[in-house]
Design a protein around this ligand. Structure first.
Ligand code: CP
Ligand code: NVA
Length: 306
C-alpha cells in the first residue's frame, strides 16, 4: 500500500480524504494502542532541530518508538546545516540510515531542498512558514470535542504565523469555518489565505477579536513573538495587547467555546492564567494529541495506512 504522499511540509500536501484517514487512525490507535503497526521495526528516524522544543521532539520520538523505530535527535551544532555541509548532503546521508527525516528549521526552504533529494519522507516539525504536525493535533482535539468538524467555527486570535497558516489549511481540508483576528500588519499572508480558499476553505479576517468570537466553537491563540522574531518582541507586545485571550474575550465567545493553544504559552501575554488553566481549556489534551497524530501521520507516510 502506498500513501502517494511522500512528504508533509504543509497540511495541504494532504487532501481531505487522506487527512481524515490519518485522524481516524490517530483516534483508533489512541483507544487501542495494541493495534499500532510497526512499519519502523529495526529502522531509524532522524529528527533535526534548529530551534528548541518540548512537545514536538518528545511526541515525535514517542510516535517513532510506538511504530517500532529508533529516533535519532540531531542538534544544529552537530550538523551545521548549510554551514558545515549543505542541507542536501545531510539529507542524503541521513536517508542512508533512516526511514524518515523530520526537521524543525528557521527557513522553510531548507526542508524543501532536503525533500527534493531523498526518497524517504520528510516531515516539517515547524518552520518559519508552517507547523503542520501541530495542526493535525489541533484537528484531532477538535474531533474529540465536537465529533464531525464540518461547519464548526474556530477563531484564531493573534499572530498570522506558522501555526495560523497550518490551521488555515487544516480547517479548509476539514470543513471548519476559520476566522482569523490579527492586528493590522500581522495578518496571515495573502498567499496563504488564497491557497486555503482555493481548497474550498472559508476564511474570514476580522480585525476586532470581540467582533470575531461570539458563538464560536473554539478560540485558538499562539505566542505573540515566534522563535526567530525575538528582536520584534517590544513592538509586538504593544500591537497584540488588545488581542489577549482573557476572561472578557472568552465571555464574549460564550460558554460553549473551548480554548486551544499550541504551547508554549506566556500567561499574562497572549492568554491569561484564568483562561488557560480554566474549564474551557483543552490545551493539555491538545498537547498529548501531538503524539497520537504524529504516530498516525508517520504510519501514513510509510504506507501502513492509506
Ligand atoms: N507546540 C509545539 O510545537 O511545541 P514545542 O515548540 O515545545 O515543540
Ligand atoms: N509560532 C510559534 C510556535 C511554537 C510552537 C513559533 O514559531 O515559535
Amino acid at each position: 500500500m502506498s500513501s502517494a504522499v511522500s512528504d508533509l511540509l504543509e497540511v495541504d500536501d494532504l487532501d481531505p480524504a487522506r487527512l481524515a484517514t490519518i485522524l481516524d487512525h490517530a483516534l483508533a490507535w489512541k483507544a487501542d494502542p495494541g493495534a499500532v503497526p510497526k512499519p519502523l521495526a529495526g529502522l531509524g528516524a532522524a529528527l533535526l532541530f534548529e530551534k528548541p522544543s518540548t512537545r514536538t521532539r518528545a511526541s515525535t520520538e514517542m510516535a517513532i518508538v510506538g511504530l517500532g523505530g529508533h529516533p535519532i535527535y540531531i542538534r544544529p551544532e552537530e550538523v551545521g546545516l548549510d554551514t558545515r555541509e549543505p542541507a542536501e548532503d545531510v539529507a542524503r546521508i541521513l536517508a542512508g540510515y533512516c526511514a524518515l527525516i523530520a526537521g524543525r528549521v528557521f527557513d522553510h526552504s531548507v526542508l524543501e531542498r532536503m525533500a527534493s533529494v531523498v526518497e524517504v519522507p520528510v516531515i516539517n516539525l515547524l518552520s518559519d512558514r508552517a507547523h503542520p504536525c501541530q495542526a493535525l493535533a489541533d484537528l484531532l482535539t477538535l474531533r474529540e470535542c465536537f465529533g464531525d468538524l464540518e461547519g464548526r467555527r474556530v477563531v484564531y486570535v493573534g499572530d498570522g504565523n506558522n501555526v495560523a497558516a497550518s490551521l488555515a489549511f487544516a480547517s479548509a481540508l476539514s470543513g471548519i469555518d476559520l476566522v482569523v483576528s490579527s492586528p493590522p500588519g500581522y495578518e496571515l499572508d495573502d498567499e496563504v489565505v488564497a491557497r486555503a480558499r482555493n481548497l474550498g476553505g472559508t476564511i474570514d479576517q476580522i480585525v476586532d477579536p470581540y467582533e470575531a468570537v461570539p458563538g464560536t466553537d473554539a478560540v485558538y491563540t499562539d505566542v505573540w513573538t515566534s522563535m526567530g522574531a525575538e528582536q520584534e518582541a517590544g513592538a509586538r507586545q504593544v500591537a497584540f495587547a488588545p488581542y489577549q485571550v482573557n476572561a472578557a474575550l472568552m465571555a464574549a465567545a460564550g460558554s460553549q467555546a473551548k480554548f486551544l493553544h499550541c504551547l508554549p504559552a506566556h500567561r499574562g501575554e497572549e492568554v491569561t492564567a484564568e483562561v488557560i488553566d480554566g474549564p474551557a481549556s483543552v490545551v493539555w489534551q491538545q498537547g498529548a494529541n501531538r503524539m497520537d497524530s504524529a504516530r498516525a501521520l508517520i504510519a501514513f507516510l510509510l504506507g501502513s495506512i492509506g
